[in-house]
Design a protein around this ligand. Structure first.
Ligand code: DLL
Length: 432
């Protein structure tokens, strides 16, 4: 069963037709309403009418996070203030937040994308959905809330934090679906264990987790600890938040709502479009946005596209797991790696908990990587200095073998590291 039979099983030709039409409309609209796009198009020597087929999109200039920053706050807003129905913003750890605006129609479209996504994951009318993303300027909670409500399921808007209360709510109200970041889901699972709450006593059956990477190893941990199927969804504030894509229960990639977001993969260095299946940077063009139409947005997220029809019958193109962000990639001693690769290696050890921080420091002129990681309480209770040293050596060797870099591993006592209630901080860079 799919939410939108018309769109989700559309033939490739029909989808391309819709996308081409909507792209042409978006270009005309952005050109007419936004000085910033008129300037970009002029600089590239292009008029909206030059784009005849969807493949022509590669002739268009990109939009970057810096473009949005330089035009803060309203430079990319194509409607008068009176037509803005809602605003959200990214957290803006480095300076000002990046705002995103929605008209009434944008909110309806967002609601439709999120309903389609939550339905794809398996949410149905009789579900009880606990939204444990934070209700703030962050898009996560409001997006999931809209979608679940549209399906007709019950929404429990707990927001994140007060973890013990989250668990009591699950017990008291029979929560069946948990919506939160993967790292907060782990915090919840850990608290359940401390409280002596058995997963079998809960009605929980599904987790929808997004906003940060979740390795397959972390997915298995979550599924095991909470007794759920755990699926990932993806999105970013600049494009309106979650609602871009989601995994179906086949867990074989994220179905993209490509009638709303046209996806491309480009080489992050050169910006050249890459052939189907190759890994590179994900780029999206919005196809139906009124308040903030965005053309060829460089997400910085690294993945590939898969055009094959999924086992679930949906024809919507899928993207793979987000391997990391171009700006998250660490280059140490000439070796490139993403934090998620470290997570995969660590969680392959049964005695290791999904609680770790990667510290980057300088030792003389050289970069040094130290990973602080917690073990299970069972392991810790019975550990001696010798056994810890032997175990540390094993983990370091595996990291060296699989990632190609020697990193120092430091086992720390259970519950030493800060617990996440939203997006976990996995890398602390103290080099400069
Ligand atoms: O995280 C929107 C969102 C909320 C998505 C809830 C899914 C669920 P931002 O705070 O702007 O927006 O962060 C966007 O987070 O560019 C990715 O790097 C990362 N990200 C989001 N979802 C995933 C995912 C929201 N499933 C940035 N896997 C994106 C890996 C993800 N990374």
């Amino acid at each position: 069963m799919v939410w939108d039979e018309m769109i989700e099983r559309l033939s490739r030709d029909e989808m391309t037709h819709i996308q081409t039409q909507r792209l042409q409309e978006t270009l005309r609209y952005a050109f007419e309403k936004l000085e910033v796009y008129r300037q970009k198009f002029d600089a590239a020597g292009i008029q909206p009418g030059d784009i005849q087929a969807i493949e022509d999109i590669s002739q268009l200039p990109f939009t970057t996070k810096d473009d949005l920053r330089h035009n803060f706050p309203y430079g990319f807003c194509a409607v008068p203030r009176a037509e803005i129905a809602r605003m959200h913003a990214s957290s803006g750890t480095t300076g000002k937040p990046t705002p995103v605006f929605y008209t009434r129609n944008d909110l309806d479209h967002w609601c439709n994308c999120m309903a389609r996504n939550c339905f794809t994951a398996g949410v149905r009318e009789n579900d009880v959905c606990q939204i444990a993303f934070r209700y703030t300027l962050f898009t996560g909670a409001f997006g999931h809330h809209l979608g679940v409500e549209q399906i007709g399921a019950t929404v429990i808007p707990t927001s994140s934090g007060q973890t013990e209360r989250q668990i009591r709510m699950m017990q008291d109200f029979g929560t069946t679906v948990l919506h939160c970041t993967p790292s907060y889901a782990i915090t919840i699972a850990e608290k359940m264990r401390q409280m002596g709450v058995d997963k079998q006593s809960l009605a929980l059956r599904l987790g929808i987790h997004g906003a940060e990477p979740m390795s397959e190893e972390l997915r298995h941990e979550l599924e095991d600890r909470l007794g759920i199927t755990s699926l990932r969804d993806y999105g970013l504030t600049e494009l309106g938040g979650p609602g871009i894509s989601i995994e179906c229960p086949a867990k074989a990639g994220f179905h993209i709502n490509e009638d709303y977001f046209y996806p491309e993969i480009v080489d992050p260095e050169t910006g050249q479009s890459l052939p189907n299946g190759q890994t590179g940077e994900l780029v999206f063009t919005t196809l139906q946005k009124e308040a903030v139409p965005i053309i060829r947005y460089r997400t910085r997220d690294i993945t590939h596209l898969d055009r094959a029809v999924c086992d679930c019958g949906r024809t919507l193109i899928r993207h793979g797991s987000i391997k990391g962000r171009t700006d998250d990639m660490l280059i140490i001693g000439g070796v490139n790696f993403f934090p998620s690769q470290v997570e995969s290696v660590l969680l392959d050890f049964a005695d290791i908990e999904p609680q770790y921080v990667i510290h980057l420091t300088k030792k003389g002129r050289r970069d040094h990587v130290r990973i602080e990681v917690e073990t299970t309480q069972d392991y810790w209770k019975n550990a001696s200095d010798d056994s810890i040293s032997g175990f540390t050596g094993k983990v370091e060797t595996k990291i060296k073998d699989l990632i190609g870099l020697r990193m120092e591993v430091k086992i720390v006592a259970p519950f030493c590291l800060a617990r996440s209630e939203g997006k976990a901080i996995r890398v602390v860079d103290d080099r400069e």
